[in-house]
Ligand binder design. Structure first.
Ligand code: TXE
Length: 512
């Protein structure tokens, strides 16, 4: 089957259907596409209109056993961990090329599954390609180092080796992107993997696995499980055959995964979201700062771990800024992500929207003021989808629940400050620590605030950019470990010190 056409969808009365292959989307274990052992399946929905997109196999514990056994065998006795770095780089480069070949179809699929605009999905596919290419380049450039022993008769090397079987669990907001941040370094380091995308958005991960197969990944190196977190995800992280768990998702799930990993002392890498301050000083260019505040808060409907969901404004500009922001938020055009006129899509699911609506009414009950949004769009066109108007909540403080908890939605809260010290104190008054931003015209202040913020990424006069080469991850409860950059590869590497005595002879420490 030609994978290029396998992800082309057409609209039918019931939604979008795969042109060629309307059958069930299967698991992928030991190089074979396979249904779940139980025969179970579930339907994945288009959040823009709640229509059924696909029927997908639903794995259970027996499938977890099969997938982990395949990954274990491929690691313990297969060729992949013993492949040269150049060979591993070649596979990643080949997958990157296939992603670009299928760019448009993948982007459409991501939009259908997540609701984000096609413009954003295309950027995601390009970013994923860049990450694969980056780790292809790093595969042999980060293989180890030589240490000076201080002894001419001894040689010391630190070699990097793969960790083993890696369980890679991704969320629904950036399904293809988050999975590639894990898969690319895991493969570059020579590990074998079991992928578990979110049950809400499995389709581009299914496509990614097929591209890996087409690129020639050996059987058992990439295995795919589909299904729900509390069943298949839980069984996967509890499986003793898994050596490392890399997870991106919510804090509560991250805590569960960390305690599952404690049994058997397995490695974890966790990215658990954020509650990210966007601090604007009065000397910043107002138009620019408002513009960035909008994308910070409302890109992908705020379903972004690094969303600028806490706007912290200096007193002198507060009123004008908030009025401008509320007006522009009110003008954001919602729609189906495939509609080129749409600026933002729906939330991912009905359940998620209901949770967000509870957060908004809770904030109002605690004294916040509704400055924009806070409701579903009027009119029948979008009524079937999970839409919510971009929402601005004024009059918030660090004590407001919605300021402390991750809402993961198009909801921005507004706090205010008088001095630089106060801005920093507010920016750090969070349990999370993923990302933050400072807008100011004064370079010295920008640098002082950036250094003082306890967050994994700080943007100065910008919001959202990230680079494959630059580490990504959080302080505090935002997680453990780093993705991207050299550290993102090291998460998947064991480091072994080999000390070689090249002139062995007795040292006579003991005289006997
Ligand atoms: O995420 P979960 P949910 C935050 C955001 C959101 C909240 C809940 O605040 O509102 O999390 O979202 C799998 N063992 N983020 O419930 O549960 C699950 O199947 C193993 C932040 O969707 O964390 C999916 O593949 N796996 C975030 C993945 O974990 C389990 C992105 C994420 O699901 C599991 C998304 C278990 N017990 C949500 N339970 C970010 N950091 O960017 C679930 N899963």
């Amino acid at each position: 089957m030609d994978v290029r056409t396998n992800y082309v969808y057409k609209r039918t009365h019931s939604g979008y259907r795969n042109d060629e292959d309307s059958g069930m989307k299967e698991l992928y274990i030991a190089g074979n596409r396979t249904e779940a052992a139980s025969g179970a399946s579930y339907e994945t929905l288009n959040p823009a209109d709640a229509s059924v997109l696909e029927t997908v196999s639903e794995a259970g514990p027996a499938d977890v056993d099969r997938a982990v056994a395949a990954a274990r065998a491929a690691f313990d006795t297969g060729p992949w961990p013993r492949t040269t770095a150049a060979g591993r780089a070649a596979l990643l480069t080949a997958i990157a090329g296939l992603l670009q070949r299928d760019r448009e179809a993948l982007a459409r699929t991501e939009t259908l599954d997540t609701g984000k605009t096609l413009r954003e999905s295309r950027i995601d596919v390009d970013d994923v390609t860049a990450v694969l290419r980056y780790y292809a380049g790093l595969a042999d450039g980060h293989a180890g180092r030589v240490a000076d022993t201080g002894n001419p008769d001894a040689v010391s090397r630190i070699v990097h080796e793969p960790v083993g079987v890696c369980a890679l669990i991704a969320p629904w907001n950036y399904p293809l992107l988050q999975m590639s941040w894990k898969l690319a370094p895991a493969l570059a380091a020579g590990n074998t993997t079991v992928l578990k995308p979110s049950e809400l958005t499995p389709l581009t991960t299914i496509a990614l696995v097929r591209l890996a197969e087409e690129a020639g990944v050996p059987p058992g190196v990439v295995n795919l499980l589909l299904g729900r977190g509390h069943t298949v995800g839980q069984a996967l992280v509890a499986h003793p055959g898994v050596d490392l768990i890399s997870f991106t998702g919510g804090l509560a799930t991250g805590e569960k995964i960390m305690s599952a990993a404690a049994r058997g002392v397995r490695r974890v890498a966790l990215e658990l979201g954020g509650k990210n301050p966007n601090i604007v000083f009065a000397d910043a260019d107002l138009d620019t700062a408002v513009d960035f505040a909008l994308t910070a808060a409302f890109l992908h409907c705020g379903q972004v771990c690094s969303a600028g969901s806490r706007l912290i404004l200096q007193d002198a500009i507060h009123d004008e800024f908030v009025a401008d922001l509320a007006e522009r938020a009110g003008a954001i055009r919602l729609g189906d992500g495939l509609d080129p006129e749409a600026e933002a899509g729906p939330l991912v699911s009905a359940a998620h929207r209901a949770k967000v609506e509870r957060h908004i009414s809770g904030a109002l009950a605690e004294g916040a003021t509704l400055l924009a949004g806070g409701r579903r769009p009027a009119g029948p066109e979008l009524a079937a989808g999970f839409f919510l108007r971009p929402t601005v909540l004024g009059g918030c403080t660090c004590a407001t629940t919605v300021v402390r908890e991750e809402v993961f939605a198009p909801v921005v809260t507004v706090e205010r400050f008088a001095t630089e010290d106060e801005a920093v104190r507010l920016g750090n008054d969070t349990d999370y620590g993923l990302a933050g931003a400072v807008f100011t015209a004064e370079a010295g202040r920008a640098e002082r605030v950036a250094r003082a913020l306890r967050h994994g990424t700080v943007w100065i006069n910008d919001f959202h950019p990230y680079l494959p080469q630059a580490e990504w991850g959080g302080f505090g409860k935002s997680g453990i470990g780093r993705e991207l950059g050299p550290s993102g590869l090291e998460e998947y590497q064991e480091k072994k010190h080999i000390y070689h005595n090249i002139r062995p002879r007795p040292v006579r420490w003991f005289r006997g």
